[in-house]
Design a binder for this molecule. Structure first.
Ligand code: NAP
Length: 516
């Protein structure tokens, strides 16, 4: 059986404790094992800080960008094999696997292009100089890379994109990375990391990989380091509360759960309604609904409810569930046995306040899977009579192919009340053709979200679905979503930079910071 080693201190090392097993979630076949017990994480972090940090900081943005481009190309060169790994260990269909992998390589490329644009500099200046005291005195804001390690803790659902998007921002900023993928689906993260290490792209100390549990990792961090976490709210809270992180004032970014909504406005044109139905159906089933950005709450004017329910049910009925290794399968299992338990328990919780309008109450009989095997869950479209009375829909994230139709009377105020009941989210989308109403929704929902997707008939056929995170736009959201912010071009680098105000003789300071 394959053992996943960690890459720490520029060497592949294995732990010595009882290993965790990585399985194929469709067949339950054991694929690999890994453990981090006994690994010296303190030493690994010191090596990254002392060796990787200076090496990266000595490079210009253009040079760091070139490293990202090489990483992207090296991963892309093994795309077919990596897709097979995602199918085997992630329960991904081919299309799900491409979504993760191409997201990883595209994000690395996007930050490579940004590096080129930033050019032959090592530091950035933020904004315009401020005139002080009406004389030669001026102040600038300098952005310099923090001298610690960017510790990245990832969720199980995006084993490739999840680490690559964080690494792109940190490495371009000039910070070394230690990435810890979720254990259950680490096969793909491990192989993509192995490819980059094998190609000797990054300078020594710039990249570390920790496979297996986090162990005492956080207890070795200091104020210079950064933690960027993606995962469940409960884990996010326990990381935030870690005494060492609080005592050292370590910067922590949390990307957590979200009860994303899609809102259809009354009088929407046909093309807009079709885009709405298409996006909801895709979000429910892509990656078996295991996307932090997936639409969970489907807010529909009463006058369009029958039409939307029917159209959605028709689209969902074409989805074949089974072993994602089969071409005809459109939806695989969830990633682990415990995810399956959580989805089924969550579904019961939602069903206590709603009714099932599409889907099987029983577990599906999946295609191409040994009887009784696999972590399969049913697709479930639920409906509430009173959108706000179904409180569980606004409070509990069911991380699977589950969404709830929430009718409203067509008034923007009521629609906004329902949208906001999610208490802060990663993304919300609004579909309509009345400019005034669209503007009211954007203004009323913006402070509750990290991203809003506006779809009208003019972009209905080209709009990027709300579930797709783009490197050019920020990802993260307030409240329930964790309060974090990543990506968004330069904005995603801020987490890894110290902003320092430099004041003094204007022309001199301008020279020092490289602004003239
Ligand atoms: P999780 O159970 O919270 O685990 C996330 C990561 O945290 C894993 O790498 C896990 O390691 C690690 N971890 C667990 N306990 C830890 C601790 N005490 N200290 C340090 N690290 C610890 O989440 P998940 O089940 O993998 O992911 C599903 C959740 O992630 C969903 O709720 C989803 O909404 C959310 N998510 C959010 C985003 C976003 O961008 N906002 C994106 C994707 C997913 P092990 O695997 O070794 O336990």
């Amino acid at each position: 059986m394959k053992t996943l080693a960690s890459y720490l201190g520029d060497a592949w090392v294995s732990g010595d404790g009882k290993p965790a097993l990585l399985v194929n979630p469709a067949t339950e076949e054991v694929l690999a094992e890994t453990t981090s017990t006994g690994l010296d994480l303190g030493r690994a972090l010191t090596h990254a800080r002392d060796v990787g940090g200076p090496a990266l900081r000595a490079l210009t943005f253009r040079e760091r960008g070139e490293l990202l481009e090489k990483m992207s190309r090296a991963i892309h060169a093994e795309r077919d094999l990596l897709i097979d790994l995602a199918i085997a260990n992630g329960g991904n269909t081919r299309s799900d696997a491409k979504f993760d992998l191409d997201g990883a390589t595209a994000t690395l490329m996007s930050y490579a292009a940004l590096g080129k644009k930033l050019g032959d500099r090592q530091l950035l200046v933020d904004g315009e100089p401020a005139d002080l005291a009406g004389s030669r005195l001026q102040g600038y804001h300098l952005l310099s890379p923090r001298h610690g390690v960017a510790v990245h803790i990832g969720a199980f659902n995006f084993p490739a994109w999840g680490w690559a998007e964080k690494a792109a921002c940190a490495l371009l900023s000039g910070m070394p990375v230690l990435t810890k993928p979720a254990t259950a689906t680490a096969l793909l993260a491990h192989r993509t990391a192995e490819i980059c290490v094998g190609a000797a792209i990054l300078p020594p100390g710039a990249f570390s990989l920790l496979c297996g549990s986090a162990g005492d990792l956080l207890d070795h961090l200091c104020w210079k380091d950064v933690v960027a976490f993606t995962g469940g709210s409960a884990t996010g809270l326990s990381i935030r509360k870690t005494e060492r992180l609080l005592a050292q004032g370590v910067r922590v970014n949390v990307e957590a759960d979200s009860l994303n909504s899609a809102l259809l406005l009354p009088e929407a044109e046909d093309a807009t309604v079709q885009a709405f139905v298409r996006d909801v159906a895709r979000d429910m089933t892509q990656k078996t609904g295991q996307k932090c950005t997936a639409i969970r709450r489907v807010i529909v004017p009463e006058g369009l409810l029958d039409r939307v329910r029917e159209a959605l049910s028709e689209q969902l009925s074409t989805i074949k569930i089974g072993n994602p290794a089969l071409d005809e399968v459109r939806m695989g299992p969830v990633a682990t046995a415990s995810q399956k338990r959580d989805v089924l328990a969550g579904l019961d919780q939602l069903r206590a306040q709603t009714r099932l309008v599409f889907g099987d109450a029983a577990l599906p009989a999946p295609l191409g899977v040994p009887a009784g095997k696999g972590f399969f869950v049913p697709i479930a479209l639920l409906e509430a009579d009173d959108a706000l009375a179904a409180t569980a829909v606004h409070e509990h994230e069911v991380f699977g192919p589950v969404a709830t139709l929430l009718p409203y009377d067509g008034s923007t105020d009521r629609a906004l009340e329902i949208v906001r009941a999610g208490q802060g989210g990663l993304v919300a989308s609004v579909y309509g053709d009345d400019r005034r109403q669209l503007a009211d929704v954007v203004q009323g929902a913006a402070a509750w979200h990290g991203r809003l997707v506006v779809v009208d008939a003019k972009v209905a056929d080209k709009s990027v679905a709300p579930g797709t995170v783009l490197p050019e736009l920020v990802h993260g959201g307030p409240g329930r979503a964790g309060g974090g912010e990543e990506l968004g071009g330069l904005r995603g680098m801020a987490l890894y930079q110290q902003r320092t105000a430099i004041q003094g003789n204007g022309p001199l300071v301008a020279k020092i910071v490289g602004a003239s």
